[in-house]
Design a protein. Structure first.
Ligand code: CMP
Length: 136
């Protein structure tokens, strides 16, 4: 039985700034993900605050929201079997220094803040996050 899922991925400002968007998209495609929607945008800080609301009590919340709104990002809907978990595996650990070899964050991440990509952490959040960027 197939378990096709969609998840939200964001290529963050540090990676877009270094022109890594095509290299990262190629990693998704070569790992079996279809990029079914995508857009390159820059969001306002209040929108980043809404997007990362689950982290609002964390010490890093303000810096995180400033950072996500600091430059262009690429938001994408990725689709494949088990997309949510497989994307998290392909991204690697949140902190690039802990990320396994061959993962996106091990290859391209600079720091825990500038970790190049975001991916939804559950199917429920995937739906919420996809709606956030692609309501239509
Ligand atoms: P992301 O997957 O986009 O989700 C929230 C982000 O907060 C995370 O990636 C990190 O870039 C950032 N962040 C900064 N500090 C921390 C921390 N101490 N723990 C977890 N995430 C952090």
């Amino acid at each position: 039985m197939s378990n096709i899922e969609q998840t939200l991925s964001i290529i963050k400002p540090d990676a877009v700034e270094r022109n890594l968007d095509n290299a990262i998209k190629d990693m998704f495609k070569s790992n079996g993900f279809l990029i079914v929607k995508e857009k390159k945008i820059q969001i306002e800080k209040y929108e980043a605050e809404k997007f990362y609301k689950v982290h609002e009590t964390k010490s890093f919340y303000n810096d995180l929201c400033s950072y996500l709104s600091s430059g262009p990002i690429v938001a994408m809907v990725l689709e494949k079997e088990n997309a949510v978990l497989d994307n998290r595996e392909l991204m690697g650990a949140t902190n690039p220094k802990d990320a396994l070899k061959g993962t996106i964050r091990e290859r391209y991440g600079i720091s825990i803040d500038k970790n190049s990509v975001h991916g939804s952490d559950s199917l429920k959040n995937a739906e919420i996050e996809i709606n956030f960027f692609f309501k239509d």
